[in-house]
Write a protein that binds this ligand. Sequence first.
Ligand code: HEC
Ligand code: HEC
Length: 389
Amino acid sequence: MATTTTHDTQEHGMAAADAARASVKVWDPFVRLFHWSLVAVVATAALTGFFAGASWLQVHVWAGTAMAALVVARVVWGFTGGSYARFSAFIRGPRQVISHLRGIVDGTEGRHIGHNPLGALMIVALLATAALLALTGAVALGGMFKFGPFAFLADFASGRLARELHSLLAWGLVLLVALHVAGAVFEGWRTRDNLMRAMVTGAKQRRPGDYPAPRLAARPMLGLAVGVVFLGGGAASVSTLASRPPLGVPTAPLDAVYADECGACHTAYHPSLLPAASWRALFANLGDHFGEDATLPPETVAKLEAYVTANAAEDFDTLPANAFRRTAADAPYQITATRFWKWMHAGISDAVFKSPAVGARGNCAACHRDAATGRFDPRRIDIPQEITR
Ligand code: HEC
Ligand code: HEC
């Protein structure tokens, strides 16, 4: 037993020495850190984007922002990094991609110790898709939820269009990641490399017949300086733009008489939650208001009706103003009867609405801390704690 162990150790030691001689640092620390950080933020963004509701939106946005920053940093390093990180060293034209593919089919293709031409194409596709996801996400956020750098610029319709593109791109990224993993598995099998481990340790073994990589010296200080300028400038522009007043969001406080008269039995609904026609219908029916008599003196009715119709859904661009513009035919002024309201709250049980802390579906302010402003920011939803399971 003892001799075998010694023998093993000796052989192991020799192999290690050989390996050290032939070993090349292919992936520098930045590339490795970038790769695994990107995996983490994309996984977070995907989980929160595909599966989670409004309460995870903030996490989703942070993951997306981190993804955008990583892409910017990688692009900078693509121009300032060394042999295996520099774009010019591995991005190849269609001719070389085709001849690489042909070589694989023929079995004549050697090993690219860095990215092969097809892998390089994948990296460009992944970076571009991630960049577009961040951009469409920011426009969707600005247009639909009225926060972030595009809130001052994007209207609801463009926000919704951006969100459609965003979800197409998200599926595109899922597909690309699957192909990327499949490609890495295939290439690892073809070249007998542990590519996953190489992306952790950075090292691969040089072999005779490898394609030579161009020798390019990394310029880390330049990369750092350019990176700081781009990321710092980007962060400063984003925060400047995000502090501009958002487009189509009500800013005036609720009219005091309205809040008083129409907040006596329930929350005073912000006028932007229903279209003008609905408000007119409601005010025409105060005598039979959901089984209650909510009659008011004619001059008060006139004043309040003028107020709500002048601040109705048509005049604003928030998500609820857009969503509740289409009311149910049989309940023209019931927000909770609209398709959108029902769909959005379908996951909340009856028991929650009936719990003492909420009381009724129409008690928006129990869960939406900004209900009085008409804004309904998804980041300000807070179902009362005592009733959440
Ligand atoms: C006397 C009490 C009372 C007063 C005063 C009152 N309401 Fe109501 N309102 C109700 C009740 C009851 C409901 C039905 C609530 C429900 O079904 O959960 C209701 C429902 C509503 C809804 C529909 C909410 C939903 O669930 O979608 C709107 C909009 C509304 N009221 C607006 C007003 C306005 C505007 C005024 C002021 C002119 C007003 N209410 C004054 C009792 C009142
Ligand atoms: C019991 C708590 C609760 C009540 C009461 C409630 N909501 Fe919500 N609402 C939620 C939750 C939770 C979500 C997010 C659902 C999701 O992400 O799937 C939501 C989502 C929304 C959204 C879309 C997301 C957003 O914030 O922009 C709107 C608009 C909205 N609610 C409006 C209303 C209105 C108007 C009322 C009152 C008539 C109301 N809600 C009453 C819990 C509530």
